[in-house]
Design a protein around this ligand. Structure first.
Ligand code: ATP
Length: 237
């Protein structure tokens, strides 16, 4: 399948500190692709680099055949890249419905906002029940759903999810992973970064393992789940 996103030997970091070190990977169009690794491996740094919040020091980011290495973040959103950042970052004072509207504010999605809001309420019935409630008063799981829905309001072609299950109770996390599968079924490609390695690889077509800013292993989700090294190092089996 075609690569919707290709990272070609990219490096990035903070000042003199290099965190991502010559990393290459591909996200196939229509797939769920996972990046798994332990704390501090560079997962969030990679997501910020892909979305243009951190500059590249080396390499290229190719989206749908176009070199977007120099493109500012808003241009990347216009092209269809949406980041749902770690820690949710919803607007606490605004209602659920207002948070969704803000997600669809970019020109490409703006005319479709009412239709998209209805779709989000179908996908997340819980948000419909709470549409007038302030975002900051939602539970952790509800806020994560809102962050996901807000990302989808920009009609992305590629959704970048940074640790969506962080801090969620296991049953809520499970619901979130099921929702991610439904998002992919609706035609959106998903690149997901997670510490819940088992649940993530279970829903992923492809996966990469990151250590110290480098890819150390890749395979299908099931290959990685069955791999002895992954099982010992990351699943504690
Ligand atoms: P976690 O799973 O704990 O969120 P991660 O894989 O997402 O970890 P990053 O947040 O990308 O890891 O951090 C990678 C490395 O970069 C860490 O050593 C971290 O201390 C460092 N780092 C992150 N943000 C900054 C920053 N703003 N300035 C300097 N160093 C940073």
């Amino acid at each position: 399948m075609n690569a919707l996103l290709e990272l070609d030997k990219i490096s990035s970091g903070y000042g003199d500190v290099s965190v991502i070190k010559g990393l290459s990977l591909k996200v196939s169009s229509g797939s769920i692709t996972a990046l798994v690794g332990s704390n501090g491996a560079g997962k969030t740094t990679l997501m910020q680099t892909i979305s243009g919040l951190l500059p590249l020091t080396e390499g290229r980011v190719i989206f749908d055949g176009e070199n977007i290495s120099e493109a500012p973040p808003h241009r990347r959103v216009e092209l269809g890249l949406a980041l749902v950042p770690e820690g949710r970052l919803i607007f606490p004072e605004f209602s659920v419905e207002e948070n969704l509207k803000i997600g669809g504010i970019i020109p490409r999605a703006r005319s479709n906002r009412s239709k998209l809001t209805k779709e989000m309420f179908n996908l997340f019935p819980r948000l419909l029940e709470r549409r007038r409630q302030a975002g900051g008063t939602l539970s952790g799981g509800e806020q994560q759903m809102l962050a996901l829905a807000r990302g989808l309001m920009s009609e992305p072609r590629l959704l970048l999810l940074d640790e969506p299950s962080l801090g969620l109770a296991p049953n809520v996390a499970q619901l979130l992973f099921e929702t991610v599968v439904r998002v992919r079924e609706s035609g959106v490609t998903v690149f997901i970064v997670e510490q819940d390695i088992r649940s993530t690889l279970e829903i992923s077509d492809h996966g990469y393992v990151i250590e110290n800013g480098r890819i150390v292993m890749k395979g299908t989700g099931s290959e990685l789940l069955a791999d002895e090294t992954v099982r010992t190092a990351y699943l504690g089996i």
